[in-house]
Design a protein around this ligand. Structure first.
Ligand SMILES: [Zn+2]
Length: 377
């Protein structure tokens, strides 16, 4: 049987940040911990959301979210949550602060160690609903984490693992496209390609969920029709709104599960010293994975080609290569600085990733390695 669930309350509107205070009140929360990163604070976005949302100007802010969120940062933020007497978490930022905020809510009430809650270590059933509420305010259009059930965290031992549960889904998502207007072109492109990858991978997942597939195709159409404009002219609010909806739709389809692109981008994103951007990794890996997954998927590939605006007979991998080039994305993993000698270790880690189970074509370490070598250049 198909498992089909939609849980998050979503406020999607230009200017919806003004609803933050009312949504906190509706949750019975009075003292939020705001989880952000230094970039979002420096850009003035946290102050803007706090003021517009009617929160006190001295609200407690944790700005120490790293580029890829870590176990260490989770516990730093939990310590602040407790010492400041917080009762809720408001995430303001891209996927990293959103994922960190979910983990802060988890560890505010669940006993350590964090690793025991990782999906591949049997953690799904250990995550209960007794957690402080989370409101997600995305400032990028990409991760879909605002409605997703997963948090991706790098443990102290270097593993980047998924923490997944319906109880990890934020209670409220406040999607205000104006908050993405200042996102620079490179990040607009990279986060937009993450959203595009979510739509494609969840659509191709073999799990039976027709509503999610329809949402994925709709999201893909919106990315294809707007990503070039949003990158070329960041002030285009209509394109920004479409991209934010596409990212949301990509997140609403996570319940189908992702695939081999994410199986590989998760361990690559865990390489701490390289600090590789998740969306950029997906953009670079996607063509090689599509070539691998094309076998036996002709009907679905035809519909993806139509949603992309390239027609049912399109060569999807070639379309993505061309899109990446238009957006100024790097063309290879080598160009991103990934050393060739880590590829075998990444292919082994990808086998264990939670996304591997829903790749449309069975895949193991040798196939992952071949894909990595192709994407490396
Ligand atoms: Zn992603």
């Amino acid at each position: 049987m198909a498992l089909i669930t939609y849980l998050t309350k979503i406020q999607f509107e230009v200017g919806s940040r003004r609803l933050l205070g009312a949504e906190l009140e509706a949750l019975g929360a009075k003292a939020p911990l705001i989880v952000a990163d230094k970039g979002v604070v420096a850009a003035g976005i946290v102050a803007e959301v706090v003021a517009a949302g009617g929160l006190p100007a001295d609200a407690t802010v944790f700005d120490g979210t790293p580029e890829n969120p870590t176990e260490e940062a989770v516990f730093e933020a939990v310590a602040l949550f407790k010492s400041a007497g917080c009762d809720s978490v408001v995430a303001i930022g891209g996927g990293s602060p959103l994922d960190l905020a979910k983990a802060v809510s988890l560890m505010a009430t669940h006993p350590a160690p964090l690793a025991q809650y990782a999906a591949i270590l049997g953690g799904i059933g250990r995550i209960g609903k007794d957690k402080p509420p989370v409101i997600a305010v995305p400032t990028t259009a990409g991760t879909g984490s605002e409605v997703g059930r997963a948090a991706l965290l790098t443990l102290a031992d270097g593993r980047k693992l998924g923490f997944i549960s319906p109880f990890m889904i934020p209670d409220v998502a406040i999607c205000d496209p104006e908050l993405t207007l200042g996102l620079p072109p490179r990040l607009t492109a990279a986060t937009g390609m993450d959203a595009l990858t979510h739509c494609i991978e969840t659509y191709l997942s073999p799990r039976d969920n027709p509503p999610a597939e329809a949402i994925a195709l709709d999201g893909l159409k919106r990315v294809a029709g707007n990503i070039r404009t949003a990158v070329a002219d960041g002030s285009d609010l209509a394109a920004r709104t479409e991209m934010m909806m596409a990212a949301l739709e990509g997140g609403m389809t996570f319940q189908k599960g992702l695939g081999a692109v994410h199986s590989l981008s998760h361990p690559l994103g865990g390489l701490k010293e390289l600090r590789l951007h998740h969306g950029t990794l997906n953009a670079v890996l996607l063509p090689a994975v599509l070539r691998y997954n094309a076998v036996g998927a002709e009907a679905k590939f035809a519909r993806l080609g139509e949603a992309l605006g390239a027609g049912p007979d399109a060569d999807l991998a070639a379309e993505i290569v061309a899109l990446n080039r238009d957006l100024g994305m790097p063309e290879t993993l080598a160009a991103m600085g990934v050393p060739k000698d880590v590829l075998p270790q990444i292919s082994e880690a990808a086998v264990l990733d939670h996304s591997t189970a829903t790749n449309p074509r069975p895949i193991g370490a040798p196939e992952f390695l071949a894909i990595l070598q192709e994407a490396w250049g």
